[in-house]
Design a protein around this ligand. Structure first.
Ligand code: NDP
Length: 387
């Protein structure tokens, strides 16, 4: 029986993970859950899974949670320190990192410091602080298992392969809802349209990132650190059907791929059960119904966020952290209808162009760069609104 902590239990990945746990009660036991402000959902989860510890974002939310959970035995923590304490909970074997945005980094590091195996959905952890996180994990002999479907696919394809025989990684991208729009069409897209992803059901931030192709850019940097492969050996292919989750090319020209239906519970279950596989009741992939699988190169002119991420990955240091923070602020502004969809790359590029080069940044450097990038991105948004 594996003991599991879920960070971000009330989100799309967290709820998917709890579904996997609920269907496999002999294999998994939840020991800690964390959430932000969705207290009703967290209270429901506590009643169902009876974790030893639960944490939420604020003292007020914790008060409400205590009221809703009555005399349950779950210890309730709150605030950033409470979430970090839950992340390091001594009873867990594996910690699923699925908090969205900047709040996910420190709890993931706390879990690594506590020696927990990490099932990583929170890609921003590796984008902002890839070198620091992978070094700490190595020092603590902690495995980081990918949950992102593309990285799970690559991880599975590389299983049993010698690293020096790998030529390149090929990440697939659905292209999101706007891939066939012209530049003029992109100028008019609404928030509601951006939140309607053609293949995957996800949280709001990642859904907008998928529409701008920034999500694929974040994944390129995530792959660079997860698999220790230079950015120059990572490519992206648009694949609208989202059946081939990613590919690896070996030096002899063999290309290996992992295929499946578009349901995150497959990748979540793979990471949680690793090195086992568990059966599920999801529909099987039927290639005869798919009929055809298309692949084409991404259009970086219409989707410059992907190019910005490649640039950030090549520049290294704190630049990916800056890009990530600027993107998070810009996506928030887009969701609040303060800027247009096409303004996203302009804001990110502006902030990146002012970012000083910091070689081998410490965690303090990364957090400082992140904070400064957020300030500059907010400033750029204000200027844009005025102009
Ligand atoms: P959601 O927005 O659905 O969920 C985010 C989770 O994080 C919620 O539990 C939320 O709590 C919690 N949270 C947000 N802010 C805070 C905070 N300040 N303090 C504590 N908890 C907080 O996101 P997703 O599940 O879609 O994504 C989570 C991560 O997984 C992201 O990094 C994303 O990139 C990655 N990922 C997601 C995929 C998907 O299919 N959804 C696929 C691959 C990767 P609450 O709701 O209670 O406020």
């Amino acid at each position: 029986m594996k003991k599991i902590t879920i960070l971000g239990a009330t989100g799309s990945i967290g709820i998917g993970a709890l579904d996997v746990v609920a269907k496999n009660p002999k294999k998994f036991k939840v020991v800690a859950l964390t959430a932000g402000g969705n207290i009703k959902e967290l209270a429901r989860q506590i009643a169902l899974f009876k974790p030893s510890v639960a944490a939420c974002a604020t003292k007020q939310a914790a008060g409400e949670l205590k009221r809703l959970t009555g005399n349950s035995r779950t210890r309730i923590l709150y605030g950033a320190s409470g979430i970090e304490e839950a992340a390091a909970s001594p009873r867990a074997d594996i910690v699923l990192s699925a908090i969205s945005g900047a709040a996910g980094l420190k709890p993931t590091l706390a879990a690594i410091e506590a020696g927990k195996t990490i099932a990583l959905a929170h890609k921003e952890t590796l984008v902002a602080a890839g070198q620091i996180v992978t070094r700490r994990a190595k020092k603590k002999k902690v495995m980081i298992l990918p949950v992102d479907s593309e990285h799970s696919a690559i991880f599975q394809c590389l299983s049993g392969q010698k690293k020096n025989l790998l030529k390149r990684l090929i990440l697939t991208a659905s292209g999101g809802p706007f891939y066939n729009l012209t530049q003029a069409g992109l100028k008019k897209v609404t928030v509601a349209q951006a939140l309607r992803h053609p293949r995957w059901k996800m949280g709001k931030k990642i859904t907008v990132d998928s529409a701008s192709l920034m999500n694929k850019g974040l994944e390129v940097i995530e792959a660079r650190w997860l698999f220790d492969v230079d950015i120059s050996r990572i490519d992206v292919l648009i694949h609208p059907q989202s059946v081939v989750h990613s590919l690896v090319e070996m030096i002899d020209g063999s290309v290996l791929a992992q295929l499946g239906i578009a349901d995150m519970r497959i990748a979540i279950a793979y990471a949680l059960a690793y090195p086992q596989r568990i059966q599920n009741d999801l529909p099987a992939l039927d290639l005869s119904k798919e009929g055809r699988l298309d692949f084409y190169p991404p259009d970086l002119r219409r989707f410059p966020c992907l190019e910005l991420a490649f640039e950030a990955g090549r520049r290294g240091g704190a630049v990916p952290a800056v890009m990530n923070a600027a993107n998070e602020i810009a996506v928030g502004a887009f969701l609040e209808e303060k800027i247009r969809f096409v303004d996203l790359p302009d804001i990110i590029a502006r902030v990146m162009s002012r970012c000083p080069a910091v070689k081998n940044p410490s965690l303090a450097d990364v957090l400082a760069a992140d904070g400064e990038a957020r300030r500059q991105a907010n400033q750029a948004i204000e200027q844009m609104k005025r102009g």
